[in-house]
Every structure is written in C-alpha cells, then in structure tokens.
Design a protein around this ligand. Sequence first.
Ligand SMILES: Cc1ncc(COP(=O)(O)O)c(C=O)c1O
Length: 379
Amino acid sequence: MSEWRVPLADVVVSEDELEAVIATYRSGWLSMGPCTEALEADFAAYVGSESAVAVSSGTAALHLICLAAGLGPRNEVIVPSLTFVATANAIRYAGATPVFADVAGLERPWLSAAAAESAIGAQTVAIMAMSYGGHPGDLAALAELASSRGLILLEDAAHGLGGRLDGRMLGTFGLAGAFSFFSNKNLPAGEGGMVVTDDPELADRVRGLRSHAMTSATWERHQGGALGYDVTGLGFNYRIDEPRAALIAAGLGGLDEANRRRAELAAEYHRRLEEVPGAAAAMTPLEGAESAHHLFTVVLDEQLDRDAARRSIEEAGIQTSVHYPPIHEFTAYAGTGGGLPLTEAYARRAITLPLFATMTEPQLQDVVTALASALAQGA
Ligand SMILES: Cc1ncc(COP(=O)(O)O)c(C=O)c1O
C-alpha cells in the first residue's frame, strides 16, 4: 500500500485473521462481548498476568492504570521524556505531574534507573517505565528502586509486547502495565489497548472505568443477565469492539514467531552496521533481556547532519523516523523540564530504520547501503 520501497513498518493481515474479523460481523454483536472476553483470557495467559482488560487504545490503557493506581493532583510520576507523548499525557489526565528523567545512554535510550533515583522528590509516588524499542532497558533496577523507595511502578509496554526479562514478560513487572495495538505495533489492529495486572481490585476498577463505571455491561443485558445498572463513578467509553478483539486474538498466536524474525533482522543490522562508519546501532541486547524488537535505531556521530542523512535515505525510497522528539521540548510541555543531555543528544542524532517481521534480507541490505552512502557523502 505504501509508496516506499522499504517502509518503516508493515501491516500484514492473514486470511485466518480476516476470517476471525468477518465472523464477528456475522455474529450479531459488535461491541465488547465474547471475543473480547476470550482475548482477555488468552492475553493474560500469554503474558502470565492474573488479569487482562482490553480497551480502545494504548492511551486509554495508560490513562486507566494511572487512575486505578490512585494517581492524582500533587502526585509526581517519574517518566522518560524520550517516549510517545501519550505516556506523559496519561499522567496529566489523572491530574498528576510527569517529572522527566534522562535516558541511560546514547546506545541505551531508556529511562535510567540512576536518573530516576535522582529525580525522586517529596511528591514522587510512582515511576512509569517504558520499554523503548521493545527492550526491557533498566526495568530490573527500576523495579528494585520503586520497591526500596515505596513507589508504585507502572509500565508503558506499548513497544514491549512479547519481550522478556529473565523469562518474565514486559508489562508484568509493576502494579500494572499498558499495551497498544496501534497500526505500527508488533501486534497491530489499527487501534486498541490492554491493561495487565495481578491486582484483582485494580483490574475491577479498570473494568468499571472503561465503560462509564456502570455496574453491568450492555453485553450482559443483551444476554438477559441484568435488567438495569447503577453508575458508581466517573468513567469513560474506552471499550474495544469485537472485530478488533477478534483480530488481536487471532494475531496473538503468531506473535512470538514474528518477534523471532524481528530479532534475526536486528542481529543482522547489528552485524552489517559494524562496517558502516559514522553510525552506531543502539539497543544491543543485554544479559537476560529478550527484546520485542519493536524499533531499530542508530545514533550518528556528532558532527554528521542527521536530517540530511534522513533525506538522502528517503530519496532512496526508504522510510525513516525519529523516536522521539523529547516531550519536554513540545510547546504543550514548555517549562516542564530540560537538562536531559542524553535524551536531547539522542533525539538530535538518532534515526529509526525500517524493521518489520516480513522485511526481506535484500530490503535490509538496501537500508544499510542507503545509510552508508548518506554518511559517506558527509550527510
Ligand atoms: C510508547 C507508547 N506509549 C503509548 C502509545 C499510545 O498507544 P495508542 O496509540 O494505542 O493510544 C504508543 C503508541 O502509539 C507508544 O508508542
């Protein structure tokens, strides 16, 4: 569908997945219902959590874990600035304040546990980790820090689905984790999200909040199980619909294989980029870490012109991106931070290169060749 010779990401929906979606349109019920329940059971089993609650987007999942964890005004939450704006927005939706901390290094672009520790103040109640690029990053140290300082650990695992640290799934290290099924994610459904937690009360609060804090769902009433409902709080319409729940459930079975292919491609990138002067591959896997390989990024030497390099690569028909413009530099976040030298340098010097499970070896070589030629021209 895209015009790119090599796009950044690709969405391939199998015939089985299409069949599963079509079946929901024939079922006579389209919003949250039996497919959603089945997806939640499968997803909880897949990540190894007690509960999984499906919602309309990753942002909704983040918002609800912040609310259900009890975050509110005068609470500060330590969070990376090098993430999608939704991570910090969700903290603000709950009335709390994001406090940005630096990443661990130019080739370790995830929230640094040491920087998070330095950012702890009297009003800090939580740390929001983010599995940058699919990598666990400093998650073990962040979990240790949160537990030793009596802080809540939440995880934005939008990039991390299927990634593991010492065998345990990303998203399951804190009080709750949030996943996204947005169109460019490892398990894409267009839109959709999931909350996972081992805390049954938190799961119940999330279930309530996703549908206007109503005591019975429309699906239950449709089945004749409940005649009416009460509204017990201020909730939202963050429900997912059945076609997307069916698509995600059907895709879950192939996720590990797709992530394994991403891992092979990332390893190949690492090998081939050793021969390319001027660019260093970020996110070399660490001991015990099994990345979900959502993104592949390189950091250019300081004197090189990153944007000129991107233009040159894109002229070769290869899409690139930057993950991310730091949140503290956005107009809407003016005055919320700064002094994050590694985050700022990474955002100036990094390029995200194409990575997707159906990417071919010649496509990967095209990307490496285009990058090498851009840098040889002194981009
Ligand atoms: C790190 C991160 N957090 C949160 C989100 C928000 O997810 P969604 O787009 O499903 O709302 C995304 C993706 O879009 C993301 O990449």
